[in-house]
Design a protein around this ligand. Structure first.
Ligand SMILES: Cc1cc2nc3c(=O)[nH]c(=O)nc-3n(C[C@H](O)[C@H](O)[C@H](O)COP(=O)(O)OP(=O)(O)OC[C@H]3O[C@@H](n4cnc5c(N)ncnc54)[C@H](O)[C@@H]3O)c2cc1C
Length: 167
């Protein structure tokens, strides 16, 4: 899922449960978020959007969060906001470094599969990639489950080809 979409939905979900909700974003919401979601967020009177900001530091109090330091990208000015809960929606990094180049990935680390014939096989024969970690996947639960079902069928075909070659 696109992180901005996830963030937008989280704002709509969380706002009714809190007194005040601060949203720190680097770009204007319209740059990445659908109009319908922006309109829903704009109608929430306890939501304050801080556009053009970077979260730079967290301020604890004992073992709890007490504040967040936020820098305005244009002016460079830092401001402290008193917050006690924080949710991060800033995208995802695939956990694939351990593969150590044994299968081909794109420049972000997502695993490439043979897109030419809808195969989910990676650059290593007999090794398949499914779900979010696969380059170009839809990043949704249903898509990951669908990939799983397709991969099982492709693995059956692979094993049957292999057993014919060995026989
Ligand atoms: C905040 C948020 C909200 C979302 N909301 C929705 C939504 O509303 N609807 C929707 O359809 N999708 C949503 N998604 C996306 C959805 O969660 C993913 O598309 C889905 O979970 C992908 O499934 P997956 O099995 O490919 O990956 P994951 O669910 O990420 O599972 C991968 C698993 O592999 C494990 N793992 C990683 N490395 C290793 C390793 N080396 N060895 C063994 N295990 C390992 C991980 O711990 C994890 O358990 C959301 C995602 C996020 C982050």
């Amino acid at each position: 899922m696109n992180p901005t979409l996830a963030a937008g939905r989280a704002i709509v979900f969380l706002a009714p449960h809190v007194k005040r909700l601060h949203v720190f974003v680097r770009r204007d919401l319209s740059a990445t978020m659908s109009r319908y979601l922006i309109d829903r967020i704009s109608a929430l009177c306890n939501v304050e959007i801080h556009v053009g900001t970077d979260l730079t530091e967290l301020a604890p109090s004992g073992d709890r969060l007490a504040g967040a330091i936020v820098r305005d990208r244009a002016s460079g000015t830092s401001t402290r906001h008193e917050i006690c809960l924080l949710f991060l929606f800033i995208g995802a990094t695939p956990h694939t470094r351990w593969l150590n180049g044994s299968v081909t990935t794109d420049d972000k680390g997502f695993i490439l599969t043979d897109a030419s014939d809808s195969s989910l096989e990676t650059s290593m024969p007999g090794v398949y990639a499914i779900g979010d970690v696969r380059a170009g996947s839809t990043k949704r639960v249903a898509a990951a489950v669908g990939d799983g079902a397709v991969a099982i069928s492709q693995i059956h075909s692979y094993l049957s080809r292999l057993s014919k070659e060995v026989a």
